[in-house]
Design a protein around this ligand. Sequence first.
Ligand SMILES: Cc1cc2nc3c(=O)[nH]c(=O)nc-3n(C[C@H](O)[C@H](O)[C@H](O)COP(=O)(O)O)c2cc1C
Length: 322
Amino acid sequence: MLIDFTFGGRLKVPLIVSPMFLVSNPPLALACCSRGVMGSFPAHSTRTREVFSDWLQDMERGLAEMDSPAPYAVNLVVHPTNERYPGDLDLCIQHKVPVVLTSKGAPDDVFNRIHDYGGVAFHDIASARHAEKAAAAGADALIAVCAGAGGHTGTINPFALLNEVRQVTDKPVILAGGMSTGQDILAAQAMGASACYFGTRFIATRECLSDDVTQQMMIAATAKDIFFSAALDGAPANWLRPSLINEGLNPDEIAAYAPGKRVMNQAAKARYSKIKSAGHGVGMIQSVESAANLCDRIIDEYVRARMSFGESLKDSPVSEMG
Ligand SMILES: Cc1cc2nc3c(=O)[nH]c(=O)nc-3n(C[C@H](O)[C@H](O)[C@H](O)COP(=O)(O)O)c2cc1C
């Protein structure tokens, strides 16, 4: 299936505000969709299937009140260890969720079931091998999660990952990790990506679930405060150093752990609730603002970047040669 990344002109910029556990919710997703940016949330941010069903209804009601909103997306962990997966997928099918962001594991017939109701599925990948498997299984696009992303992160540089992915598949790629501005979206397109995934940039928005303390921590942080480790839950992830220290963990000690060793501290159970995650782009968060304003600014930056980049190319050596 060929994906139109403007979704029939409803996306003003090729941007998905990515799903973030205990951060994203319907108000954040709706604010983004209202401005022409795809909003999303993870199904597993809801405590029960009933709450998930309520969130889907909130989305439908909210979007029905808007004029030509962007489509929304839901993140589903499609791994056998996720006990809620089959029932949550049934709910996505029932509500015809326009875009399903599948992550983890090897999906069985999930992509066929999404296509059957007219939905599309974008699958998280962090290596060319993952990309090959997801493309063969029928994903419509690949979310390339690169080094520096918030949450469970990839470890590969974006140029290197995109180039390797291109050797195994021509599926569209959505680039993720460390991006914050409209200019970043243009740069990703120049690298061959069809769209971008911004998470961290939206943690300090009024609509989302993050509390004041978390948002102030994000404002105070820069890339140097991001601590990479798989020791908290076994998967490579980026954590906010001050939040680890607040929970009695010593990042320098954890950094010396042998691969595979896990943090045994009770505090490790407080991942996302007390131990906060963010990506390398955290330094671009300078205030708490509405997601709608932030989307408008990113769209404006993107339009300006396109114009000024076009101008700057006129002076480049290649155009002189041409
Ligand atoms: C606090 C936080 C929670 C996250 N939770 C999820 C999640 O539940 N599901 C998911 O697919 N990705 C999750 N992510 C990863 C994002 O969807 C996305 O890949 C990442 O934020 C992109 O990198 P960036 O944060 O540098 O923009 C999370 C990221 C953050 C920062």
